[in-house]
Design a protein around this ligand. Structure first.
Ligand SMILES: CC(C)(COP(=O)(O)OP(=O)(O)OC[C@H]1O[C@@H](n2cnc3c(N)ncnc32)[C@H](O)[C@@H]1OP(=O)(O)O)[C@@H](O)C(=O)NCCC(=O)NCCS
Length: 160
């Protein structure tokens, strides 16, 4: 028998003959997922071809668009803020803080983390996030621009 070493990555969208629940069960019975208590029911939606964790949200105040947010969730027991901008004419009016409060409302029950990356040179945004309870977790050198750090920030929300 000739075994060809051809490896291929098949997009889920073109593999309708795969039994997703069976695969979810296979994962759930393997470590680390077994020890972590991850159930097949939790994994099944993640294996669905159209599963998307990315949401683009226009920030509206009355009828005005004042900024934009891109969120990814669920993400590390919370939400990853991939992009956040308030248009310049609306900045420093407390609307960024209000927007973060709205983001917290997207947290799934039991999840309590907000995550994001801020550039090392973006001192204004760093000050903003620090004022709003974010803490630096790690400095990642040369991630987006050579010679510049990206800083991983985390805010832990208190769950009552
Ligand atoms: C960071 C950002 C989302 C904050 O939104 P915001 O509505 O301006 O924030 P708030 O009004 O709630 O908070 C204001 C505080 O943020 C910081 N800040 C925000 N914009 C600032 C600016 N242009 N100059 C100086 N400080 C600024 C200050 O600490 C400020 O407090 P102060 O006004 O008492 O000095 C917004 O300024 C922005 O979109 N900036 C450009 C894009 C960006 O850097 N996005 C974050 C990428 S990770």
């Amino acid at each position: 028998m000739i075994i060809q070493n051809k490896l291929e990555l098949l997009p889920a969208i073109s593999s309708s003959d795969i039994d997703i629940y069976a695969k979810a069960t296979a994962i759930a019975t393997m470590d680390p997922w077994l020890t972590l208590g991850v159930k097949a029911e939790d994994l099944e939606p993640k294996l669905a071809p159209h599963y998307s964790r990315r949401r683009v949200l226009w920030i509206m105040r009355n009828k005005d668009n004042i900024g934009v947010l891109i969120l990814r969730y669920p993400w590390w027991r919370g939400i990853y803020i991939e992009l956040f901008a308030i248009w310049p004419e609306w900045q420093r009016l407390g609307l960024g803080k209000e927007t973060l409060n709205l983001v917290e409302a997207f947290l799934a029950p039991g999840d309590n983390n907000l995550w994001l990356l801020v550039s090392g040179f973006n001192h204004r945004a760093q000050q903003f996030y620090q004022k709003n309870g974010f803490i630096a977790i790690a400095h990642i050198p040369d991630l987006l621009v050579p010679g510049e750090d990206e800083i991983l920030l985390r805010k832990q929300i208190e769950i009552n």
